[in-house]
Design a protein around this ligand. Sequence first.
Ligand code: MTE
Length: 313
Amino acid sequence: MLIKGPALIQPSEITPRAQFEARRRLLRAGAASLAAWTLRAAGAQEGPADTLGLLQESPFSIAEPPTPKKDLTSYNNFYEFGSNKQDPALQAYKLPTRPWSVAIDGLVHKPRRIAIENLLRLAPLEERIYRLRCVEGWSMVVPWVGIPLSVLLRQVEALSSARYVEFESFYEQKIMSSPIFGRLEWPYVEGLRLDEAMHPLTLVAVGLYGEVLPNQNGAPVRIVVPWKYGFKSAKSIVRIRFVEEQPLTSWRKAVPQDYGFYSNVNPDLIHPHWNQARERRLGEFRKRDTLPFNGYADQVAGMYAGMDLQRLF
Ligand code: MTE
């Protein structure tokens, strides 16, 4: 996925100060309903939130219009619920999203298990709602709702030996695919280097389009890493583990020649099996050029300085 940042925002797109301050006042006045909304987002099974206007714009939001919600929710990868892009929308109703908690453990001083109802409360009010558009794998612009992952990670006080985090998705064989699907094994596992995980662009999302996350998009809580290909963004996570060694992630384990650990969006990568230079935006016919780091190079390229990104792809 790629994300565009402040450097790419046109002056005409910046909210005038008076309007911004009025929105701030509205935000404060709306704190109670915001809190109610966030709790509903985290705690409700379903149901639209009518407070979209109160969602805070993220400093990383981009100007492009979001992909229509029906496309975001009907064309998905969630292999536990089938391999066709239409399967998750049809099958993921089976996912039991309550009760739900996320364990955060491994190389930490204070392991914790956080109930979904409490997750958003961990972030300061200003950070609780994140209205972020980003460009994903086959390319789309998503108004995510969530908080920076760093807010969760700080809760447990990592040991100095921790260098990566590993994400584990929910898995229950009786409602999902059999233990080995194609070459993918369950539970789905992904991972990030600690600096990537702590980057403010990396989110834990609980909603999209101002509504509770639909099951097919990874309810009730998923990771979003906008400058990487979509498969790095683990859905329906139940555990975040701090580890010393690079995690063996699901796709890398299944097809190591095609999937690297980093998987930064890279149009220049000479890949043995496909060309990464162009992408098709959901709902569009013509392909467009893919941007390095999905357009978020200004924000994230520094983390990879000095690395050979052809080898460490
Ligand atoms: N997480 C789990 N648990 N299982 C999956 O199959 N697919 C990944 C990622 N997270 C996947 C997952 C892939 S390949 C992509 S492209 C994105 O989810 C798709 O997210 P979306 O359906 O919300 O666009």
